[in-house]
Design a protein around this ligand. Structure first.
Ligand code: ZN
Length: 314
């Protein structure tokens, strides 16, 4: 398996392959685009194609020692720099620079993948800039980033950007079907994952279909305006105690209210669209409040009470 395992990024792959074929490989690239759409996979394919002992045109053999080591992420000349405590520190960049001055050993091109490069601090960015300005021969940097604009212009101006795009509706459907998921789950995933199979995998790992059923039950109970139910739902919701899952569940509330607007027959509340839109805004505000570390149980309780009482507004 080589490039073809990266789905929906034909344009990006074409540019990388053309760079190899025409010996126009530059010393620094930015692979930009949302998470989970194949940027890291493409980086490793690119590095293998550059370094494979039996490469033909732009395709690696997948069986030589170099390919094997790169696949196992154990090649000493293929370095991965990832954020630690949510930043890429100047010390990490200084370590990279110590390695950089050593000649490539047992490989054609020494490679550095900087993951989540938007997490370079100002200090580490400026330090890294020196390496970009005067790169040694036979070195390639690949900066992985959600957006080119999240990096300093002094850095981006010295890199070639390769854009990775979200996957089309049809391609997502094809991939999710190949994962043998139910139609309902596929529909939720397509709505949620923003064209990113990587994100879809994350949602599946949280059992998104189960939580959607749970959210539907909660909303149905809230529609009966029983404070005791509301209190119990709040207890259950608060006890999840996982910020990422809490955020996903809040997104499922938004998804549910959105569905009520699109398909009024699903609307167990019989709320009008104005109120439903207000509820969507309310959940979005709750998400924001929680991300700003406002008391979780209080934020959820206020939201659930508001949902429960929404029908009196119309
Ligand atoms: Zn090989």
């Amino acid at each position: 398996m080589t490039w073809e395992k990266i789905k929906g990024q034909e344009k990006a792959i074409e540019i990388l392959q053309a760079d190899i074929e025409s010996s126009r490989v530059t010393h620094a690239y930015i692979f930009s685009g949302i998470e989970g759409i194949g940027k890291e996979l493409a980086a490793f394919e690119f590095i293998k194609a550059l370094n494979c002992e039996n490469s033909y045109a732009n395709i690696c053999c997948e069986s030589c020692t170099t390919c094997n080591k790169i696949n196992k992420k154990t090649h000493p000349e293929v370095n991965i720099v990832a954020p630690q405590d949510n930043i890429i520190s100047i010390d990490q960049i200084r370590d990279l620079q110590k390695d950089l001055i050593l000649k490539p050993l047992g490989i054609k091109v020494k490679c550095f993948i900087i993951e989540e490069s938007e997490k370079l601090t100002l200090e580490s960015s400026n330090c890294f800039l020196k390496s970009l300005e005067e790169p040694p021969d036979k070195v390639v940097f690949i900066l992985i980033a959600n957006k080119k604009s999240s990096l300093l212009p002094t850095i981006t101006s010295r890199c070639k950007e390769i854009k990775f795009t979200p996957l089309s509706y049809n391609l997502q459907k094809e991939i999710f079907k190949s994962w043998q998921l139910e139609e309902n789950t596929i529909n939720i995933l397509i709505d949620f994952c923003e064209g990113s199979p990587g994100k879809a995998k994350k949602y599946l790992s949280y059992n998104i279909q189960y939580w959607f059923t749970r959210v539907t039950t909660w909303i149905s109970k809230l529609s009966k305006t029983n404070s005791e139910d509301c209190y119990q739902i709040c207890q259950e919701f608060t006890s999840i105690n996982n910020q990422e899952l809490t955020s996903i569940i809040l997104d499922l509330f938004i998804y549910y209210f959105g569905l009520c607007i699109l398909k009024p027959e699903n609307n167990s509340f019989s709320l009008n669209n104005t109120i439903l839109k207000k509820l969507i805004a309310l959940v979005q505000q709750t998400k924001q409040n929680i991300s700003q570390r406002i008391n979780l149980s209080l934020a959820l309780e206020v939201m659930l009470l508001n949902i429960m009482e929404a029908k009196y507004e119309q």
